[in-house]
Design a protein around this ligand. Sequence first.
Ligand code: PEP
Length: 248
Amino acid sequence: MSSSAAFIVGNWKLNGTGQGLGQIRSIAEGVQDAPSVRVAICPPATLLSRAAQVIQGSKLSLGGQDCHPEINGAFTGDISAEMLADAGAQVVILGHSERRAAYGETNTLVASKVSAALRAGLEPIICVGESLTQRRSGEALRVVVGQVVGSLPSEAAHHRFAVAYEPVWAIGTGLTPTLNEIEEVHLAIRSALKDIFGPAGLRPPILYGGSVKPDNAAEILKGQEVGGALVGGASLKAEDFLAIVGAV
Ligand code: PEP
């Protein structure tokens, strides 16, 4: 675990209607007494405004799951970083492996979305991670560091952002790397951040994501350079998500 406050982020993906607002309310109530943790929930964009009302005055932050690089224009179906901020978001997940795989998002596109998020005053959480084939062929560090270098615009040095290491093969599968494997990648990411940004590269938290659950969170969060967690499935139920927050 690193020295600054841990950052725990829930990614609801394509889940959640108005009925889910009760879970968000419970999470907001549950994190009030957790001083050494920053917590954010990223519901579908359709819930952001209502969630912002429900959690008003709490220390829970809200986030989007993607944004378009442009502020506005002829981009049917897309949402800009400014729109997310207007709806109540403070953070945004970018470059998630599901988007890299399903929508062909490249490092260059992710970097332009990171610039957009910074322009709108959002804290981007940039996801990186290797496939199982890449891990088995010994390429995990090269792939992940390449994604970090390619997905971060230079102006990020002057802003708050986080990196999330999410091995693709661990997302939604119940599989997790060993703590040594997680630490090896997190140390490589930290070293890449220092190479890119100098001393400013020491600041961004490096989150781990991929099948984080209440029963493995404490062990994972102990890891060197593990500054928090990005949680998918286990963030949908307030009880499970709060147990992960409580493991910090
Ligand atoms: C994710 O999608 O970012 C994620 C980590 O999912 P899960 O926790 O369900 O593996």
